[in-house]
Design a protein around this ligand. Sequence first.
Ligand code: HEM
Length: 443
Amino acid sequence: MLQSIAETILETYAPTPKYERLHAFDPPVDLSHFSSFTKGQPFDAFRQMRENAPVCWCPEPPEIGGGFWALTRHADIRSTSLAPETFSSQKGGILMTYGSSTDMRHPTLHRASLDTMINMDPPIHFELRREHLPFFTPRYIADLKTRVDAKVTSLLDAMAPMGTCDLVEHFSAELPLYTLSEILGLPESDRPKLVKWMHFLEIAGYIVAERRLGSVDPAFFGEFLAGVEDMFDYGRTMLLKRRADPQPDLLSAIANAKVDGDVLSDGYLDGSWLLIVFAGNDTTRNSISGTMKLLTEFPEQKARVQADLSLLPSMVDEAIRMVSPVMYMRRTATRDAEIGGQKIAEGEKVVMFYGAANRDPEVFADPDRFEASRANAGDHIAFGIGPHVCLGQRVANLQLEAAYRQILTRFPDMRWTGEIDIAPNNFVHAIRKIGVEFTPERG
Ligand code: HEM
């Protein structure tokens, strides 16, 4: 039987590093705090860290305990991700913190966020990952393309008369939801519920932290608890249905996956559901919205792509490089090790900031510039690298390309109005609202 990671995870950490810090430089922002990200990612702080302390010790607030090493260099994040036997995803999970055990964490959410393949180490990890693979092959994705193109058209048809709207509500949230639901095999009528659940998940960490301070409205908290519970009930029911009656879809593959000789426990079904629903929706939604912002900020690059649509694939790589919607993944040292000359002790946390790596001037010249034809934009590591490299990267690229192929031709003057609302979240760059305006279509 597969062991529960929630029951075995390392949860206590020393507040100071065991070995001396190589660089006496303190992080200019608190990277553990949600409010540090509500105006976008702290790229300037990342630059300072990369220049002064590329492996930088970041203390965490005492109520969480411990601290972590922040990595901001492309080469260090690459080598750390490629050494899972030294830098484990399983020993402490992939989040910076899971809250302290005395916090009133949502029990199902806490357990599900750990009992899932993204927190598993090789070789057992691959047993579960393998079951997902047939739904992410180039051939499977090519089959999806026609449906994704048609969905883009129908979403744009609905937006066409508006002239101004929130792109998240009308487009960026809807397209990934549709695409993921097609892969999973979710009935059309159930899909809208997922949008609301996504909003709750995006602020779950913030709610736990605010509860600690006693500043969450009890009515809202009740709604949050009920929403999260509904999400798990729904996922478990669907997966068990597919176990009894398999269909050619990803839900059935997960429901019938055998790891270590057994089908998944209910705990791992919850975890697998949470991972796929969150990873497949939220990331692509934020990439679509973030790309609109970049195209507005760099109008000459937008004009180049409009004049030559063959630039779309490299524009998509470049947009994902600059947006880097998953801000970090964390690893835990399984033994004493070294990164960039800094000694790291067994049990210490290492947090890899992808947005920082993706603006490392050692790899990307003039890294803050959006360059639609950047020759090495595809070297970004926004999808991670190594055994856990994102399963859905082709699905994400497909959707972004399909979206902007139609947006840039059908609404050539669509632009960001300057209105934006970013959720308090230090894990994903979560754009809740982004205003756009464009010449409406009449008739
Ligand atoms: C721009 C969009 C996306 C970004 C930036 C992104 C980023 C990432 C990153 C950084 C990782 C983890 C790497 C690690 O721990 O080393 C990951 C893993 C994963 N992603 Fe994505 N992702 C995106 C879209 C998607 C989509 C559309 C899906 C599904 C349809 C998806 C499914 C997954 C899954 C299942 C994993 C876990 C893989 C494993 O543990 O083996 N992602 N993604």
